[in-house]
Ligand binder design. Sequence first.
Ligand code: DC
Length: 205
Amino acid sequence: MRIAIDGPAAAGKTTLAKRLAEELGFLFVPTGAMYRAVAWAVAHGIDWKRANLEVRDGGKIFLDGRDITDELTNPEIDELSSRVAVDSEVRRHLVALQREIARGRDVVMEGRDIGTVVLPDAEVKIFLWATPEERARRRFRERGGDYERILEAIKRRDERDSTRADSPLRPAEDAVVIDTTGKSPDEVFRMVLLLVEERCGKDRR
Ligand code: DC
């Protein structure tokens, strides 16, 4: 079974997808972290096309055998990843890799184009949304920093992610859209788990 979770930056996709994957015993695939890994490679002068990119247990990201997960969440990589994600060559490369990872497996995959492009036949598609202000507050609580600058950066990434020509961010026609503004991660998790059980029966497969 494939569960696709899409939505804008800081909508809570990673928290939800990780928890769902743990609950269901599925593989968690954070595709944003894969775009971040390409950005990290570019920043370090590494040829991303030749690098060996792996998603291991718990969504850990390895590049050429090195765990770079903790180096992928900072404002520089936030910005650079949204820039490299506009490049069609990068997208083709990562989409192929994402499909290969999901082949014949139970996965919870999160990103921007999972329900629309990567896994259009996923059994469950969720589109998580929240106002830019709410998302900026969450990021501020998570990472600290300057709230106004965080909000600005989120709006800039929203604009770039949703207006790019190749695979722009938008809900799939058959996605369930959840506005998480004012909802706790727990509430959202329970809503989605219920939905998975409704769609797939109690055995969840
Ligand atoms: O979800 P995130 O913030 O970790 O994603 C980082 C960037 O990667 C984001 O600005 C857009 C891009 N991205 C994408 O274009 N397609 C995906 N499936 C996942 C992320």
